[in-house]
Design a protein around this ligand. Structure first.
Ligand code: GLN
Length: 489
């Protein structure tokens, strides 16, 4: 039996039905990684010995009949900003190169409780800052659909590995689109939950008020199953909340007739690739055929989302990243230096250009003379965008819009155009500003042969509903089952 391109749920089922063992599944996946990594560079760390040991332990528990999780036995890889105490956690930064955390993230505990096997860490933009995975200090990841193109970012390693079949599923983090945009560019499914649904304990902080950990997988059902495994209130993250008791997985299959879906006029206007808008409109027609009510709506404040996001995100980043001082942990500049010079040199040498740009911008918008003009105004815009969404939920259940304005750009073009790169986040950042759940799923291909993703955004805590609509769409279409030819595991 071949593991390649199996969904995580199907693999776990096959293991439970004894069609293959946990160890056999893991070995086949590892052979796939060996075949693809030369072209992709999706992974930053692998630990085959530890994974084999964990696989044996899970197998024993399964043989004794002691496992309940629908994902038991499934290997999973996680983005390298999620702390693991057996694999280095570098955030793709020189600042944390070689850092082995003395503790692990709550989501890692939860994956283990659900008998998944963590077999590797995935490449990303440095400290999750970027939209292409090109700011990784270890080098970019390539898009498996065309290795001359970026996979998107910042969870580019996760999306590329799942698309190529060199990971069955993965966890990423999404501060302003970092799960959804790379999933969209790589033709896979990704989900950013309602803020607070998943514990951020052990996620290396970038912009704490915006970010959530979430799944990247082949389809919506795998995302729902992973969400069920990782969500829940955690005493170690005071922003985490109690979410619905009913498994998201059991909401799949619900009737979607009568679901009211709005397409914001602003989303399909302006600078957007015609390929992307036509894929979104095709998806809208398909949803209508399934009984959904699709109508246009207005979201005039959308044009302010990127500006508000980059002010708030950089302000929080400047504060969060002040802990890297060359003293407590992380990179330290060589030599016997006076204290201030040690700080300055360690940070100058340890951080890459994009991270430094954001720290400077963040300190600027928080400085006494500019706080009101930038930071306070951005917070006001955030509140107004949140209110704008809330007003829409009176007449709509969810929004449909693109995940990104174009398909994946070629390698090497985005970093020279920082503002252009920031503005390509315009469809993803509104959900982070308002803390809303958002799903991205493949809905077609551009004329360049690259995948196009569509996004469903719903009211806070309507995660199960969005997943149910995405699932229904995937039951009727096959975009999510397409595989890249160029790089296959
Ligand atoms: N591209 C956005 C940024 O660079 C989003 C990153 C993220 O979600 N981590 O900030």
């Amino acid at each position: 039996m071949s593991v390649k391109y199996m969904t995580a749920l199907a693999l776990s089922r096959a293991i439970r039905e004894r069609e293959l063992s946990v160890y056999e599944a893991l070995c086949e996946l590892q052979r796939g990684i060996e075949r693809t990594e030369g072209k992709l560079h999706a992974y930053l760390a692998l630990d085959p010995a530890r994974a084999a040991k964990d696989a044996a332990a899970v197998q024993t528990r399964m043989d004794r009949g002691g496992v309940a999780s629908p994902l038991a036995g499934v290997p999973i890889a996680v983005k390298d900003n999620i702390c693991t105490d057996h694999l280095k956690t570098t955030c793709a930064s020189r600042m944390l190169a070689g850092f082995l955390p003395p503790y692990r993230a709550t989501v890692i505990d939860k994956l283990c409780e659900n008998d998944l096997i963590i077999h590797g860490k995935l490449n990303m933009d440095e400290f999750a800052m970027g939209s292409t995975t090109e700011t990784s200090c270890f080098g970019s990841t390539c898009n498996p659909w065309n290795t001359q193109h970026v996979p998107g970012g910042s969870s580019g390693g996760a999306a590329a590995a799942v698309a190529a079949g060199s990971a069955l599923c993965a966890l990423g983090s999404d501060t302003g689109g970092s799960i959804r945009q790379p999933a969209s560019h790589c033709g896979v499914t990704g989900f950013k939950p309602t803020y607070g649904t998943v514990s951020r304990y052990g996620l290396v902080a970038y912009a704490s008020s915006l970010e959530q950990i979430g799944p990247i997988a082949r389809d919506v059902a795998d995302c729902a199953a992973l969400m069920d495994a990782i969500r829940g209130r955690d005493a170690r993250d005071s922003t985490s909340v109690v979410s619905e008791n009913t498994p998201y997985l059991s909401a799949l299959g619900e009737d979607i007739r009568g679901v009211r879906i709005g397409i914001p006029r602003e989303a399909l206007a302006g600078d957007i690739s015609p390929d992307v808008s036509s894929c979104i409109l095709n998806m809208a027609r398909e949803l209508e055929k399934m009984g959904a009510i699709v109508k246009e709506c207005n979201f005039p404040l959308m044009k302010h989302a990127v500006a508000a996001y980059y002010v708030i995100a950089t302000a929080e980043a400047a504060s969060n990243l002040s802990r890297y001082d060359g003293i407590k942990y992380g990179y330290r500049a060589a030599g016997d230096l006076p204290l201030c010079e040690l700080y300055a040199r360690s940070r100058s040498e340890g951080f890459g250009d994009e991270v430094k740009r954001r720290i400077m911008l963040g300190n600027f918008v928080l400085s006494a003379g500019y706080y009101d003009a930038y930071y306070r105004r951005a917070l006001r815009a955030k509140a107004e965008i949140t209110a704008c969404f809330a007003a829409l939920w009176g007449e709509l259940d969810m929004l449909l819009m693109p995940t990104a304005p174009t398909t994946a750009p070629a390698l090497g073009v985005s970093l020279g155009d920082t503002l252009g790169m920031y503005s390509s986040d315009r469809y993803t950042v509104p959900a982070n500003l308002a803390g809303l759940p958002a799903l991205t799923l493949p809905c077609g291909f551009g004329s360049d042969g690259m995948p196009v993703g569509a996004q469903l955004i719903g009211a806070a805590h309507s995660d199960a509903r969005i997943l149910a609509v995405g699932y229904a769409y995937q039951q009727r279409t096959d975009h999510h089952t397409a595989y890249p030819k160029e790089v296959r595991a």
